[in-house]
Ligand binder design. Structure first.
Ligand SMILES: NC(=O)c1ccc[n+]([C@@H]2O[C@H](COP(=O)([O-])OP(=O)(O)OC[C@H]3O[C@@H](n4cnc5c(N)ncnc54)[C@H](OP(=O)(O)O)[C@@H]3O)[C@@H](O)[C@H]2O)c1
Length: 189
């Protein structure tokens, strides 16, 4: 199963990612960056997929979910939960397995929140981490777990290396690659 698991996250100084069940900022272009990357189809032309926690699903306005042009997986511990247009899963491994059955190869994006990032960052399928670093200290109640050691900065032609400005907020993008098995398999392709 040649699934690549990528993490994509925007965090502010101190690692904050959310407040009161919502994003702590409104960054329209940053959202477009998220949308463009997570829709991207790889060489095997498989539809990509996103996996998120139930609270992140709820945080997406109903009219925007499921996220279009991507398979959507939602993690929950409640049996029988229904997420219209998405598949309910009971673990990240469950989502990886389901995506593996539906796509011979492809990219599964872990899009939050905290515990989904935590599981993805430990996964042997982890390939890359796409981080938007927001240059501001903003009050948050949800945080990105520490990134594991051994991630190396890499370039991605779809990701700008320039500092970004929206309103009065500046931010920049980082792309980090795992040194684990998923990255070795990708390099061998
Ligand atoms: N800045 C960013 O890039 C970013 C990205 C995503 C989200 N966010 C923000 O983060 C916040 C939401 O994140 P969160 O950490 O509070 O919640 P979350 O991870 O989105 O959802 C938590 C829920 O997911 C389910 N879950 C989590 N891990 C699971 C597992 N291993 N197995 C089965 N189910 C599991 C559980 O649902 P049940 O309770 O149903 O069992 C749990 O209560 C919001 O503020 C959102 O706006 C920010």
């Amino acid at each position: 199963m040649s699934i690549r698991l990528n993490v994509i996250v925007a965090c502010c100084e101190g690692g904050g990612i959310g407040i009161n069940g919502e994003l702590p900022w409104r960054l329209r272009k940053e959202m477009q960056h998220f949308s463009r990357l997570t829709r991207r189809v790889g060489t095997q032309e498989q539809q990509s997929a996103v996996v998120m926690g139930r609270k992140t699903w709820v945080s997406i306005p109903e009219k925007f979910r499921p996220l279009p042009h991507r398979l959507n997986y939602v993690l929950t511990t409640s049996k029988g939960s229904v997420f219209p247009g998405a598949e309910a899963c009971n673990s990240l491994e469950d989502a990886i397995e389901r995506y593996g059955h539906s796509a011979a190869g492809g990219t599964l994006w872990a899009i939050g929140g905290h515990s989904i990032y935590e599981a993805a960052l430990k996964s042997p399928f982890l390939y890359r981490v796409y981080v938007t670093r927001v240059h501001a200290s903003i009050t948050c109640d949800t945080f990105l777990p520490p990134l594991p050691p051994g991630l190396t900065p890499v370039s991605d032609s779809d990701v700008s290396t320039e500092q970004q400005l929206e309103g009065d907020i500046t931010y920049h993008y980082e792309v980090l690659q795992s040194s684990g098995d998923a990255a070795s398999a990708a390099a061998a392709e």
